[in-house]
Design a protein around this ligand. Structure first.
Ligand SMILES: Cc1ncc(C[n+]2csc(CCOP(=O)(O)OP(=O)(O)O)c2C)c(N)n1
Length: 650
């Protein structure tokens, strides 16, 4: 049985059908006249709304519950959208959405045509950027602020960044630049001591040290107020005065990382204490130099299952509010689970095998390995570029590194894959989870670019399994090679096995999955033949298309499951292709620069009697939905594929 600790929430639940405070909020301006007591009540109502909707739609519950008071305070003190509030990653923007005119549509969040689970410019003028990838807020905010200054526009710019996101190198680059150009930037550091799992690394320890001396640090900020009252110095706005004030303070207090790089440091503050938040934010609003406000919050705050298990509730699918249990559990094994188990088996036999994650140990299935082999496991923080180059170094030492990463996040580290892995030609394995269509998270999380980004990279092998057994075979094969191997697979349950999937892996070659000839003797004579050529992740839809073609159109389509997207045994492939007059290439990556267009031109150059077609994801970003909806939208569903295949027979 769960408990919600905020007494206001009981009040809300008790009120039931009566009008709530939240019903009266149409935009942040409606917060202006509320008392602190009412703001607390509002926070409780927002919390209740977030829990209720997320239990149905899934989403980033724990992170959102942690920033309710902070969001209420920011929108009370600052004047959004003139003052721009920029959320890093933006998975924690639910209260912001609720307060900025989207409460009525909040229950559509993460659904097809509904609100995004992240900030989105098209939704609201209060959302300054479309976000989803981590550690961008400081750079975006600094750019916005600098541009506004050049254009003589006013308004504060506030970047809200988590301690996890701060581990990303890009956040540090932004921080150092902001300190250097001394812009009037406000950074709110939301420190809950967690990334998705507990936060790792020296930075995390450093922040902990800061938070263990709270009175001391708050005193540091209060001294600012005292200095303000020193005649001649205090109210002076000149650069000299500013320097003098800093000098006085640093005589009394040692600097920290943030003050060393040019920021005023305030905190740590209790991020659930509205009075303190309001007081400090109001003061910061008047400061005209870069400020970091260090706020300490609790992930999952106010909902006991999420407080107890913030990792599970970081990104959760629909759950039962009473018990915190998931509503749907996959009946078959997912690709992630198959990877997780097989990797453990391989690691048990070879002590050189080690694993790296960029803050995604749970999502990628590395947690069991981390528990069993802590010495060989490295969570480097949200630092994909470092993860890849670090793997290159490990490989040069003689270890056998594996990097498990989502397809969308490898985009961050393509140069490192080229420069520090492929160019060095080091034996190493990369698994790209969540490749292809990724449900519910929208444009920023689709795994559709990796094929086009990685196929041109010399010296790597790029593979895509169609089933659990193929993934196992590929992993075993990968660790035997002397060059880098990348294996991509989708989110979700593994499709049914076929005998062909268990055939041994041969470099550059796929497997031909023949469809049994239809045994209806009336149809036999005029049965038409064709070949689908497809990448692993889209095999189920292609197979379903062959069923439709067989049943409805008397077309017998075989499927060549490529297995390898690079390198390609061209002769082997062309020997198969020559047996068919109609060939349809289907891949679950962006069509431009993909394998489909390459193979089509190869076939066209080699033969002059083939009719061909290619399908891949179109040249646009893909909106959120479940897998079916995304594929339907991209014209990659079984029905669309069957329809397009029919055109080859006209
Ligand atoms: C480049 C990139 N890598 C990984 C992720 C996945 N991810 C989403 S939220 C998150 C943790 C962020 O931690 P923090 O900033 O502390 O926010 P919290 O959820 O703890 O509030 C991670 C790793 C991402 N969004 N972007």
């Amino acid at each position: 049985m769960f408990s919600i600790q905020t007494s206001g929430l009981f009040f809300t639940l008790f009120l039931g059908v009566f009008t709530t405070l939240l019903d009266t909020i149409n935009g942040p301006e409606d917060l202006n006249n509320l008392s602190v007591l009412q703001l607390k009540q509002l926070s409780a109502e927002i919390r209740s709304r977030i829990i209720s909707v997320t239990s149905k739609n899934g989403g980033h519950l724990a992170s959102n519950l942690g920033v309710v008071e902070l969001t209420v305070a920011l929108h009370t003190v600052f004047d959004s959208p003139k003052d721009a509030i920029i959320w890093d990653v933006s998975h924690q923007c639910y209260a912001h959405k609720i307060l900025t005119g989207r409460n009525n549509t909040f229950d559509t969040i993460r659904q097809r045509n509904g609100l995004s689970g992240f900030t989105k410019q098209a939704e609201s003028e209060h959302d300054w950027f479309d976000a989803g990838h981590s550690s961008t807020s400081i750079s975006s905010a600094l750019g916005l602020l600098t541009g506004r200054d050049l254009l003589h526009k006013d308004g504060k710019v506030i970047a809200v960044i988590g301690d996890g996101a701060l581990t990303g190198g890009m956040a540090m680059e932004g921080l150092f630049h902001a300190g250097q150009i001394a812009k009037n930037l406000v950074i709110v550091l939301n420190d809950n001591k967690m990334s998705i799992t507990s936060n790792h690394g020296t930075l995390s320890k450093y922040l902990s040290r800061l938070t263990t001396t709270p009175q001391y640090q708050t005193l540091r900020f209060n001294v600012s107020a005292v200095i303000e009252h020193i005649p001649l110095i205090g109210k002076g706005l000149s650069w000299f005065n500013y320097k003098l004030k800093r000098a006085i303070k640093s005589l009394i207090f040692p600097n920290n990382l943030f003050s060393d790089v040019g920021f005023e440091y305030v905190g740590p503050l209790n991020g659930h204490h509205l009075e303190d938040l309001l007081k400090v934010l109001r003061r910061v609003k008047r400061i005209h130099r870069p400020v970091v406000i260090h706020v300490v919050t609790k992930k999952g705050k106010g909902y006991s299952p999420a407080e107890k298990d913030p990792v599970k509730f970081h990104g959760i699918s629909p759950f039962n509010i009473e018990t915190g249990e998931l509503k749907h559990v996959h009946s078959c094994k997912t690709f992630t689970q198959v990877f997780s188990n097989e990797f453990l088996n391989l690691a048990a036999k070879d002590e050189k095998i080690c694993a790296i994650t960029a803050a995604m140990a749970t999502g990628t299935g590395l947690l069991p390995f981390a528990k069993q082999y802590p010495d060989r496991f490295f969570d480097v923080g949200i630092a994909e570029q470092h993860a890849v180059t670090f793997a290159g170094g490990l490989a040069r030492s003689g270890m056998k590194p594996l990097v498990a990463i989502y397809s969308t996040f490898i985009q961050r580290a393509v140069d490192q894959l080229i420069h520090d892995i492929a160019l060095q030609s080091v034996p190493s394995v990369f698994v790209l989870d969540r490749s292809g269509a990724v449900p519910f998270d929208g444009e920023t999380h689709q795994g559709i670019f990796d094929i086009s980004l990685l196929r041109p990279v010399p010296g790597i092998s790029l593979l895509a399994p169609s089933s659990a057994s193929e993934l196992q075979l590929m992993l075993r094969w990968a660790f035997k090679q002397t060059f880098p191997v990348v294996i991509r697979y989708p989110k979700g349950a593994c499709p049914q096995e076929r005998d062909e999937f268990s055939l041994p892996i041969e470099q550059g070659r796929g497997v031909l999955c023949k469809r049994p000839v239809l045994d209806d003797s009336n149809k036999k004579n005029d049965t038409k033949k064709m070949l689908f050529v497809c990448t692993g992740g889209i095999f189920p839809e292609v197979q379903e298309a062959t069923d439709i073609l067989a049943i409805e159109n008397n077309i017998n389509a075989d499927v060549y499951n490529l297995r390898f997207l690079k390198p390609l045994d061209k002769h082997y492939f062309l020997d198969i292709a020559k047996q068919y007059n109609r060939i349809f290439f289907v891949e679950d990556g962006i069509r431009i620069g993909g394998i489909g267009t390459y193979l089509e031109s190869l076939v066209d150059r080699t033969f002059d009697d083939k009719k061909t077609a290619v399908s891949g994801f179109p040249d646009r970003f893909l909106a959120q939905g479940n897998r079916k909806e995304i594929l339907e939208d991209a014209h990659l569903s079984a029905t669309y594929l069957a329809k397009k295949a029919m055109k080859l027979f006209i």
